[in-house]
Design a protein around this ligand. Sequence first.
Ligand code: 26Q
Length: 849
Amino acid sequence: MISLFNKPEQANLKIEDDRTGLEIDTLRRALADNLFYNQGKFPEIATKNDYYMALAYTVRDRLLQRWLNTTQTYLDKDVKLVAYLSAEFLLGPHLGNNLLNLGIYDQVKQAVTASGLDLDELLAQEEEPGLGNGGLGRLAACYMESLATLEIPAIGYGIRYEFGIFDQEIRDGWQVEITDKWLQFGNPWELARPEAAVMVKLGGRTESYIDENGHYQSRWIPDRVVKGIPYDTPIVGYRVNTANTLRLWRAEAPESFDFQMFNVGDYYGAVDQKVYSENLTKVLYPNDEPIQGKQLRLEQQYFFVSCSLQDMIRMHLYTGKNLDTFHTRFAVQLNDTHPAIGIAELMRLLVDEHHFPWETAWEITQQTFGFTNHTLLPEALEKWPIDLFGSLLPRHLEIIYEINRRFLDQVRLKYLGDDARLARLSLIDESGPRYVRMAHLACVGSHAINGVAALHSELLKRDTLRDFYELWPEKFSNKTNGVTPRRWIALSNPRMTALITQKIGDRWLTHLEDLRQLEPFAENASFRQEWRQIKRAIKQDLAAYILAKTGIAVNPDSLFDIQVKRIHEYKRQHLNVLHIITLYHRLKQDPNLDIPPRTFIFGGKAAPGYFMAKLIIKLITSVADVVNHDPDMRDRLKVVFLPDYNVTLGQRVYPAADLSEQISTAGKEASGTGNMKFSMNGALTIGTLDGANIEIREEAGAENFFLFGLTAQEVYDLQARGYHPWDYYQGNGQLKTVLDLLAGGYFSHGDTQLFRPLIDSLLYHDPFLLLADYQSYIDCQEMVSQAYKDQEKWTRMSILNTARMGKFSSDRAIREYCEEIWHTQAVPITLKAYVQADAGLRVPNSGVK
Ligand code: 26Q
């Protein structure tokens, strides 16, 4: 039966339209049509990718009505919109998600099969848009999906990087970066909107003048102008008519600039200019790269923020409104400080270009912005050298000085004579070379500031943003992250989804707290058996994938112990390795040791300039080589590094996990979101009291969570007392053996130098307290092994983990943002007559308003 939840109100469609119809035969015809007319291919010579493209267009046709209708409704109805500003959107592949959310998965699968094709093979063709580094970018993507599902008017703004996060290959155990050419075969999911292009100024100088009313004004004389072209992608809500827009900007040289130079004969200069402009949105910067001198990154940030604010202002004015109500029309959320320049930019647009008095402009600006912080690591707080900032954005620097002057005047009134506090709060860091502090700009210019997990929000108030909290406690709140159950359960784990739905119906997909209804089934032996069989089948699939990609054969009955995330010292992948070596050594010593077989699976990218992270990858692959080739370990231990971890691979990996490794040093991981994806899919967690792990444990129950390690407070106290990792090395025989094996070249063909930097860092500094947490981790892993031996008990715990993860739906998170920060409400979309399927060549929109 065909799902018609979204049937147009005026259901007068007798004959199905090839662009909208959902009958199997119509879909099959549409696919053939798109192959011919869009790909320009006869079936005999069409490639798999041609078929993928034809299918993507077939699906896009079926969402365009919802999309255009949604956009038009927002314009017509003058509703309040969320504008989610993010330098990253890590979307992952669209096709499967759109099929799922539109409710047409089954009939499309049938139509594809009827055409002699395999849907899974076509799905595998899609190059994922990897326009983000990791957690922060993926969070933005989950939030866009939840906004659409909750029918909240929203628009995402970001950058259309020509090259997203690099593809990772492993050669000789080392990471090699390959350019991500995600656009090389075209992108069927976006529509360029060149008619909505905007101009962005850069560089130059400012000038002051007195306007006709005798007011002092400032004007920016840039030395460059770049054109921003929007590319729109629909974000379809789950089984609703809402399809919001993700608007990504691409930089281009404005024609007028070329022509100017062309006219004076400087043809090559004009081409240079063009190439230079287009560089702006070429490539995504990896995080954890030293940012010193990365002018292009600041240009990217300003470019997309300026384009987006100009776009919003144009929309607002188009609906006939005055800009003094801008904040009632748009709630702009800053995804970390990367778009924080928006605060100075909105001030500039209001004051310089729309001639608002400063005070009014500031009121509007503060009411408009909210700021989400994603980090506690002080070295990760964004700051820009004053010289660089001033040469690129001279007017914004003036505006920031003025914001700062007024802000510090206010502070001075409250804390008379407290100069140290003034220096700490200032938007300008003057402790050495001068910098603009982007987090301070974001705090001062926003009405709401939030962290991304309970602990993180508390630590923000206590440490990182303490002075701001003391000044404005009412601005602070917590919004624990969430992930979308549509992609991270329904799409990635169809087997488990079917089993759950069979037992409790399908409401849980939009009301994840309903999963609690599964709790009683944990006590049902036949349900447990089904649960186990499903996990086994998924592990079998992953094993086949591992064999195909790495040549390593793994046993699907072994415990799949998985750590997938960016490689970073604070995330402590190397602590996981210390455990592997410990087990390896124990098994070598005592081959009769009774421990369940384990497969250790790693995945993650290292920033290209982060030496230690790259060395950790080499460490994992080196240990893997020795362990996997040791006949004594056969079927007992396996170690796998899965290359090129990304969203697509995540969808394979999370459902296959028995154990989820969430082992960051307490107080360092703001939230984590992979931790939620694992647990939802029935993995048990071994983790520290860090980020959202704490809340996951609270929800799942302490008895269903493997806890180890120091608390954030203990970490802090230990470091304050003076931490001496060497003492742990000396005092723990097992730890010493493990580190000695490593240092002695056991895993590096006798090379004692290869891992020296890692070992020295651990023995003499150990900033992330691996040695302090080592024994606790090993003991906890022993409990994991014991628990796994009792499969019935393990399965019970697994079911309860899934049943109790309702809180971690991004729907819950988005509801909290809507109620407490954005003050926005759902606006359901009805498909009106003017978008009926047989509208033929009528101009959409005509005669409708
Ligand atoms: C900044 C300046 C210049 C170049 C790059 C960057 C940059 C880019 C990306 C800095 C940081 C990031 C990404 C940070 C990130 O992913 N943070 C993670 O956010 C998740 C969502 O809130 C949390 O769950 C993770 O705990 C946090 O690490």
